[in-house]
Design a protein. Structure first.
Length: 185
């Protein structure tokens, strides 16, 4: 079947998406592939499936052009030596392989990967105006006030939603006006 419209027009239509998934499911099953369908968070299903398969295979590679899967994989299997995320190359660029084992960020960033993923948004449904995910990482890495503020997200006993909201608002304020809100020594 030939594409007749850009994916940005095709995928927002739920009927189109369901038909495509149905057709793919049928063809993959006919050819002997195991298929899993995600009702909620596909990224988590993909990473959890890769982790399950890693004990049965010498190498497991997740092919994806988004950093969210690498973030989840790093959070769930930080020392994995046989799991990779491959970002497919485009035109003249080569494929890029990333491993959670060699994720080169500070411990502060590694401890807060899920917070950073949640607050930076999903590429297709939400994102902050002109703010890439790497800017969120760099902001947290260099700002000690924010590092202390996001610690609240690690405490399961935080039952006051206002504390969580304040910490999130502080982070977003710093994202757009870091010099106005904070002065690091």
């Amino acid at each position: 079947m030939t594409e007749t419209m850009p994916k940005e027009q095709f995928f927002p239509n739920d009927y189109n998406k369901e038909r495509l998934i149905s057709m793919l499911l049928e063809k993959l099953v006919q050819h002997g592939f195991e298929v899993r369908i995600s009702i909620e968070d596909a990224d988590t299903l993909i990473v959890n499936t890769a982790i399950q398969l890693a004990s049965n295979f010498a190498t497991v590679i997740i092919i994806e052009d988004d950093t969210d899967l690498l973030i989840l994989l790093t959070t769930k299997a930080p020392n994995s030596s046989n799991m990779y995320v491959m970002k497919p190359g485009k035109e003249t660029s080569q494929n890029t392989f990333c491993s959670p084992r060699y994720f080169n960020f500070s411990s502060v960033v590694k401890q807060n990967l899920l917070f950073l993923r949640a607050i930076s948004g999903c590429n297709t449904t939400s994102a902050f105006y002109r703010q890439g995910k790497l800017k969120f990482v760099k902001l947290l890495q260099k700002n000690t006030t924010l590092q202390e503020s996001v610690n609240v997200f690690h405490h399961a006993d935080t039952d006051d939603p206002e504390i969580l909201i304040s910490a999130g608002q502080l982070f977003l304020a710093a994202l757009y006006s870091p010099n106005r809100y904070f002065q690091n020594p």
